[in-house]
Design a protein. Sequence first.
Length: 278
Amino acid sequence: MVEEAAGRLRGAGFVVNAPDWIDRGSAADFLLTGEVAAARGALDGWDAPVDTVVQPDGAGRRKKLIIADMDSTMITVECIDELADYAGIKPQIAAITERAMAGELDFRAALAERVMLLKGMDAGVIDRCLAERVALMPGARTLVHTMQEHGARAVMVSGGFTRFADPVGAEIGFDRVVANVLEISGGKLTGRVLEPVVDSGVKEATLRAECAAQGIDIANALAVGDGANDAPMLAAAGLGVAYRAHSVARAAADSSVVHGDLTALLWAQGYARREWRR
């Protein structure tokens, strides 16, 4: 795979030297001279089971802030779809979720529609869903713990719900969690989400506010997500990574991870396995 990548780069006019292995057989660097966009173009469309990250060389490779989505990024499921399964309406809600994450529907409107369909559900079902359906994405803890060990701050910002995001964030070890609040009255969902709604604008604003509060240049921030509502923060961050993502997120991001788990984001920052913290 390494030689095939080198061949594609050489074909685009780059001088390619021997790889600098981060972890032999798993992850390697090529130091190139030229335009980042040209190198990305050379590797676009490469049909190989390998993930590539093209980024400027320099001291800012190891990021000081990670901003991460939750559903289908830090965890393996979309919580609202799983919650809907307990009400027997998963296909109906999942279809709306898919279109919203693909950018075909307005996120706020789609969220309101889906939550209204859950009106009257016993709030206790949320805890059951959390216990039975929600699993961490492979590599989630290792990614966050390793970056924190090296001085980074970790923030999860989710268009999902605090009843899921707070315990998930605590389990992974995030420093801060931002998510939507489901309105509950008399132990049942009212079908409404409290303001302010966490949408794409709030996600990007959270990224920028965290950078300002911590005195971090946005170039030293890493953002990761999978849906259309993640696109603005992926575009704004120094390194935006679309993780097993919809096309609109991939178009906004600097790189995509399709084959590896979340530890691929550590290799992207030059962390060898011996430096990882689980």
